[in-house]
Design a protein. Structure first.
Length: 441
């Protein structure tokens, strides 16, 4: 849908919501070594790669291997890209993949067969409370059903999975209920709804804007950084349900400073570019309800059947989230923008499944770009009491809550001055020690 533009304000909302994090150990980026210069025997060994580089290599190999390519995933322990191949009579594809630096695994199910299975699920088992995504680690379709899928609905789902044939899919039962993570009272507000800001961007016409979840747009066109406050931005484009869950929201004041960074509360992480997710990749999520959480990418091109409708093309993860986290940023420790929080089941106490809108797809659809390095050094314009949704998130205690196994610490969930410190004084702390993330204990 399309909306006209509105409000006026000079300070951008800090990206990703604001939660003050306790000091702790710094997460250093993964090394990016390779086997270059090694002996001939070692040269065929898989290269040691960062997750972002592994994603690039996976894209290249998908084109190179053609029908033999059956998906890939990142082995975080060994820092290697694992590529599935269906070699058939052509062993040359294995040689090609190994020469490129991937660890190669022969599998039975081709991507064509797995995608055909997903289409069958869509046609015969589009049931609210279900999801499915290709899991390259098992070379099967991972089908998940929440607690509402019972009786005839469960029988229908189970029967459809059986019809795909042995070894094509598995079913997992979730204790929670699939829902979008929108709630009342948080970092960005519209009427009675709250969501989290994802990433600041530059719209196609050059105006400052930000990305958030598309289902947040159902809360209203005009958004504020304080509950009951004056609107500062308006929904320009939104998609939900359908082929994604994303919205472009434009700041009214063209002079708005919208730095490309994620505000972690006590410091900021510069966002350098958007990137595709890789299964097995470690990712972090920032949301204004639960703060910083981490986990792994489990599946790509996931289909989720929410009560409001079916959404396709999502990223499936085990990162926790709760109401109010919708739209929040998912990113890597080296500053790659990966996703926007859509929904899922569970919470940050019991865990669950979560789904994210790929940032690359959202940017392409709305014609926006990430501002590379903009405001990354902090500075006065990024700081100050207005530079975050501090007022909006203020007054909510983050202490004692667990965010994906990380203790947020007994700080206030983003008072105005702490938002300023995170976006201003705290900016660049990560650059000094090689990382922008603080893992708390």
């Amino acid at each position: 849908m399309s909306h006209k533009r509105i409000p006026k304000r000079k300070a951008a909302i800090a990206v990703g919501g604001v939660v003050a994090l306790g000091a702790a150990a710094i997460l250093l980026p993964n090394a990016n070594a390779s086997q270059d210069g090694a002996s001939d025997d070692a040269a065929a060994a898989p290269k040691t790669l960062k997750a972002g580089d592994a994603s690039d290599l996976a894209s290249q190999l998908a084109g190179l291997l053609g029908d033999a390519f059956a998906g890939s995933y990142y082995d975080g322990g060994n820092k290697q890209l694992v590529v599935n191949v269906v070699p058939g009579d052509n062993n040359n594809v294995i040689v090609q993949a190994k020469k490129a630096g991937a660890a190669v695994r022969e599998v039975d199910n081709s991507m064509t067969e797995l995608e055909a299975g997903a289409r069958t699920l869509k046609a015969e088992a589009t049931i609210p409370g279900t999801s499915w995504a290709v899991d390259p680690r098992t070379n099967k379709i991972l089908v998940t059903a929440d607690s509402t899928v019972t009786g005839d609905k469960w029988d229908r789902l189970e029967s459809t999975v059986r019809s795909l044939g042995s070894g094509m899919a598995t079913i997992k039962k979730s204790a929670g209920t699939f829902k979008t993570f929108v709630s009342g009272g948080d970092a960005i507000f519209s009427g009675g709804a709250r969501c989290s800001l994802g990433f600041n961007v530059t719209a196609g016409d050059g105006s400052p804007a930000f990305l958030t979840a598309g289902h947040c747009a159902a809360g209203g066109d005009q958004w504020s950084d304080a509950q009951g406050g004056q609107p500062i931005a308006t929904v320009d484009q939104a998609v939900f349900p359908g082929e994604g869950d994303f919205a472009l929201v434009t700041y009214d004041d063209p002079a708005t400073q919208a730095p490309s960074e994620v505000d972690l509360g006590d410091q900021t992480l510069p966002i350098v570019q958007a990137a595709e997710a890789t299964v097995g990749q470690e990712v972090f999520r920032m949301g204004s309800t639960t703060g910083l959480a981490d986990g792994q990418v489990l599946g790509l091109n996931a289909t989720v059947n929410y009560p409001e409708g079916t959404v396709t093309g999502l990223i499936q993860t085990d990162v926790c989230a709760e109401p109010g986290d919708s739209g929040g940023s998912m990113f890597t420790q080296d500053g790659l923008a990966i996703g926007l929080t859509s929904g899922g089941s569970g919470d940050c106490t019991s865990g669950g499944e979560t789904f994210f809108q790929p940032v690359t797809t959202a940017l392409a659809a709305v014609g926006a770009t990430l501002g590379a390095g903009e405001g990354a050094g902090g500075g006065d314009e990024a700081g100050g009491g207005e530079a975050g949704a501090g007022e909006a998130a203020g007054g909510q205690e983050a202490g004692g809550e667990q965010a994906g196994g990380q203790d947020v610490g007994g700080e206030q969930a983003g008072a105005g001055e702490e938002a300023g410190a995170g976006a201003g004084d705290g900016a660049g702390q990560g650059a000094e020690d090689g990382s922008g993330l603080t893992q708390t204990h």
